[in-house]
Design a protein around this ligand. Structure first.
Ligand SMILES: NC(=O)c1ccc[n+]([C@@H]2O[C@H](COP(=O)([O-])OP(=O)(O)OC[C@H]3O[C@@H](n4cnc5c(N)ncnc54)[C@H](O)[C@@H]3O)[C@@H](O)[C@H]2O)c1
Length: 314
């Protein structure tokens, strides 16, 4: 399908990712059906979207009238039948659970017109192996990063039978929305960035679980070093500046063992057991009590937008 023929979007799941995905497409001028099984989640999504748009208005990146139009383009629904009926592109952002996703794809295959592209926002699951899939040339992964209305990267992952046309359509559409699509020709769980984050996570939790440092100090260390360097040099080009001979010597150094295993962290388990789940519960590694979620998101978003604009300018 040509990118211009994509007129209506369906987003399934209105949680952390779904509400912001719907906002991104609506900002790009597309009418969006936002479907969730929970009416409460849809109300929360509407409130988060309104708050996200107010932040853009306050930063003078959006005028109030445009903000209202964006909200009017988003149609919150609990009926998948209704949302799927006219969709040209359906993106699912439901729980990262293979059973839930496969069942949903089975319903989307039945409810969406045959022309509809079906995309998944999965982080790790090989959805291309689902037995219920029929339109294999129109199945694709588009993996966005939180918050999707701000972070530019979208991994566009091809399945064994996904057509070139579907990949091109998604690439063009995402570019039109101001995103930075990166094409992956075959599936690997976690794609590029989540794999790197996972590798980093092993070491973070090794340091925390064994009392080498605190959450605050680890964050300070990273923000004051990699945080400044990575936006300019990425993670590969930095070796050109450090000297590749030095990097090679470092790789052969037996004293630096990455000893942490890929197993659940004790520190994280303790937090989960106490109900300290992060921003959504008011406490995680840090304390957010006394602040509304909208307020916390707004503070993060203002900083991310300013930094993104600055990096684009340089
Ligand atoms: N949270 C992140 O930072 C992030 C980043 C990138 C990708 N992802 C991926 O995005 C997907 C969604 O993650 P999330 O964090 O937004 O989850 P979430 O738990 O915040 O939201 C999932 C939503 O899906 C709804 N839902 C579940 N089954 C449904 C169905 N059959 N029909 C309609 N709605 C249904 C739930 O009610 C819930 O509101 C996952 O696959 C996840 O791996 C998440």
């Amino acid at each position: 399908m040509e990118t211009d023929l994509i007129k209506r979007i369906l987003v399934v799941g209105a949680g952390t990712m779904g509400h912001s995905l719907a906002q991104t497409f609506a900002q790009g001028g597309y009418p969006v059906a936002l479907v969730d099984v929970s009416r409460k989640t849809l109300d929360r999504a509407a409130s988060l979207i309104a708050s996200n748009l107010r932040t853009l208005e306050d930063l003078k990146l959006l005028d109030r009238e445009k903000g209202k139009e964006i909200i009017e383009r988003i149609h919150p629904l609990t009926s998948l039948e209704e949302g799927a009926r006219n969709a040209d592109l359906a993106i699912e952002a439901v729980f990262e659970d293979p059973g839930a996703k496969e069942k949903l794809f089975e319903r989307l295959e039945t409810l969406c017109p045959s022309k509809t592209i079906l995309a998944s926002n999965t982080s790790y699951l090989n959805i291309f192996e689902f037995k219920t899939l029929k339109r294999l040339e129109k199945i694709i992964i588009t993996h966005w990063y939180a918050p999707p209305h701000i972070i530019p990267l979208v991994d566009v992952v091809k399945g064994p039978r996904t057509s070139r046309e579907t990949v091109e359509t998604m690439k063009n559409l995402l570019t039109k929305l101001g995103k930075k699509p990166v094409i992956m020709d075959k599936f690997i769980p976690g794609f590029i960035v989540n794999r790197l984050q996972r590798a980093l996570a092993r070491e973070i939790f090794h340091l925390l679980d064994n009392g080498y440092s605190t959450a605050e100090d680890i964050d300070t260390a990273v923000k004051a070093s990699l945080g400044i360097r990575i936006p300019i040099l990425g993670v590969v080009q930095r070796y050109d500046f450090a000297g590749i001979d030095l990097a090679y010597q470092f790789m052969k150094n037996p004293s630096i063992h990455l000893v942490s295993e890929d197993k659940p962290s004790e520190t994280v388990k303790k937090l989960v057991d106490r109900g300290h789940l992060g921003v959504k519960s008011g406490r995680g590694f840090y304390d957010y009590s006394g602040k509304k979620m909208e307020e916390i998101m707004r503070d993060r978003d203002i900083k991310l937008i300013k930094l993104k604009n600055f990096l684009e300018a340089i």
